[in-house]
Structures are given as C-alpha cells and as structure tokens.
Design a protein around this ligand. Structure first.
Ligand code: MEV
Length: 344
C-alpha cells in the first residue's frame, strides 16, 4: 500500500417502502441519502491494524503478523462466498469474544475482521468492482443480522434509488430529488429479532399477515409508479399520494409488530406539523423518515425539526438518490468532513 491516506465513503440509505416484506420475496424501494459515512484508511508502521468506530465507541487493534498467519486458509474461500456459522465462531476466537456475544459493537468488530481477512486473502479491492463490494457488504450484513434480504448493501453500493426483489435489482430512472428528514429515535433494537418476530407472526396468522405483506408490495409498486411520473413532471398531487402511501405503510408495519412507542411519538409530532412519517428499516425504535413537500416554508421545516429534537431524537435534513460507495482524495472533501476525520 502507498503511504497515502485513502478516503472512502458510502451513502446513508433508507427503505422508502417494503421493509420486512422484502424478506418474504416482496418488492422494496430503497434510496441512497446525501448523508455519508466516511472511512479513513491510514497506513501505519507499528505492525498493527487498528479499527476505530467512534460513533459506537469501538477501538481495537491486532498484530498484522498474527492475522496474516490466519488469512491464507482461515476462511477457506474468497469472492464474497457464503459465510457459515463456523466462520463466525472462528472470528469470535480471533477477537477473543465469548461464544454468545450479540451486542452490536462486538458484531461490528466481527464484521470488520471478516471483511479484513477476506479482502486481504483475495487482494481484490478495485474501484469498479461494485459486484464484489456488494457481495462483501452482504456477508458483513450476515455477520450482524443473520439472514438479510440484501436490499441494504445493494443500495449502499450502487446508490441512487433501487427496486429490489429476491436479489433482482433495477435502478429507478431519474428519481425526483425528494427532500426528507431522517430521524433517529436512538432506541436500540435488533434487526435479527424483529425479522424473526415478523416470521413467527406470519406462521401464526398466515391469513392475516400474508395480505399485509402483499399490500406492502402494492405500496412499493405504486410508489415506484408515482416516482416514475414525477421524473417527467412533479405535481403537488404526487406528493399527496406519496404521503398517503407513507401513512398506510406505517399502519401495516405496526400491524406486523415492528412499531414502537418512540416511532408513534415521531409520527404524532410530525403530524402536528402537517407532515407524514414512517419507520424505515427494521423498526422497533431505530429510524424514521418524514417527507418534506417542496411547498413547505423554511420556518415550518425548522419548527418540525425543533419539535423532534425536543423529543430527544437526532434529526437530519437530506435528499434521496445519492451516489453509491465512492473513493475520495482528501482535497475533494468538504471542510466539515475533513474536520470530523481529523478530530478522530
Ligand atoms: C432492515 O434494514 C430491512 C429489513 O427488511 C431486513 C432486510 O431486508 O434484511 C427489515
């Protein structure tokens, strides 16, 4: 590796419609956000590889030499092939974690170790090779939440706005640059447990839950159709339809059992400001999105953001359809990102 610092970024993402239903073969619509996570890869000469994830308080280091002893045969495969429970057990040994470790910080360390060892084994990092990046990201997802549909890693890799169903991906042509609020309720939850609960509810009440999943599928398709029409000529009526779809999907997700009091509060607060919201992703806490119609005046948006922050939520205003995973030169980063990276 050269002595240059390498900066890589990937977009934040939200699922517009189809979370949980996508695990059961239905359509999901996912979009990349203009809120990015930056990774700084910095060569060191101390013989260690370090991992610093400041947002979740993880700081670990390993001897490169001892990892190199492992990486030729340790995982026994390359090219993003399937991760097995045996791999996860081996990774826990390398990390020195107990067998039943499940907290997200430790799972992130395992995902890092898996990717580090696999990528070193293959020496295959290239800018263009998005297929491979997506496969690695999918395996990282599997370390963290077991049996993901693949929608999250796909949208973070390719960016833009995607329709995703059972591994089949198509990009929405010229999606409108919708403005949204992304709100973090800060209530922790386990995606794995929530996905498992939806599956049990489907098994327990198939006649009730299967139609909910079919209806969520129809919401995703209707949203895709409306976004397509908006590419040509967006009208205020289109935004009203998007708002109705958001409300209906939020009610369905509550019926699937993935709501949470914090998400109800989020929806109530934004309704009081004339805005429409739904959870995004796994639910049970976590994040929600709120659509910002273009006719909203700035003070109205600011008032809604203040009310959400008063509930203790984090709130970002952003737009959808960002580029996927990217490499940057230090000089091309804006000052606030440079400052954040320098202060690590
Ligand atoms: C989590 O971001 C989205 C879910 O649909 C799970 C998945 O697709 O793997 C809940």
């Amino acid at each position: 590796m050269s002595s240059e610092v390498l900066l890589v970024s990937a977009p934040g993402k939200v699922i517009l419609h189809g979370e949980h239903a996508v695990v059961h073969g239905k359509v999901a619509l996912a979009v990349a956000l203009n809120l990015r996570t930056f990774l700084r890869l910095q060569p060191h000469s101390n013989g260690k590889v370090g991992l610093n994830l400041p947002n979740i308080g993880v700081r670990r280091a390993w001897d490169v030499a001892s990892l190199q002893l492992l990486d030729s045969n340790f995982l026994g495969h390359s090219d993003g092939a399937a991760l097995t429970p045996e791999h996860v057990e081996k990774l826990k040994e390398v990390a020195g974690f107990p067998e039943d470790c499940m907290d997200p910080e430790r799972l992130s360390v395992l995902a890092f170790l898996y990717l580090y060892l696999s990528i070193c084994q293959g020496q295959r990092w290239t800018e263009e090779n998005l297929e491979l990046i997506n496969k690695w990201a999918f395996q990282g997802e599997r370390v963290i939440h077991g049996n993901p549909s693949g929608v999250d890693n796909a949208v973070s890799t390719w960016g833009g706005a995607l329709r995703y169903q059972q591994g089949k991906i198509s990009s929405l042509k010229r999606p409108p640059a919708l403005k949204i609020l992304l709100i973090n309720t800060k209530v922790p939850r386990s995606t794995k447990a929530l996905v498992a609960n939806v599956r049990s509810r489907l098994l327990k009440f198939p006649e009730i839950v299967a139609p909910l999943l079919t209806s969520i599928d129809a919401i995703s398709l209707e949203c895709e159709r409306v976004l397509g029409e908006m590419a040509a000529a967006p009208t205020p009526e289109h935004y009203l339809v998007l708002e109705e779809l958001i409300d209906m999907n939020q009610h369905h997700l509550n019926a699937l059992g993935v709501g949470h009091a914090s998400l109800d509060q989020l929806c109530r607060v934004t309704t009081a400001h004339g805005l429409h919201s739904k959870l995004t992703g796994a639910g049970g806490g976590g994040c929600g999105i709120t659509l910002l119609r273009p006719d909203l005046a700035r003070p109205e948006v600011e008032a809604a953001k203040r009310a959400l922050r008063d509930c203790g939520f984090d709130c970002w205003e952003t737009s959808i359809g960002a580029p996927g995973v990217s490499v940057h030169t230090a000089a091309s980063l804006d000052a606030s990102v440079q400052h954040a990276l320098d202060s690590l």
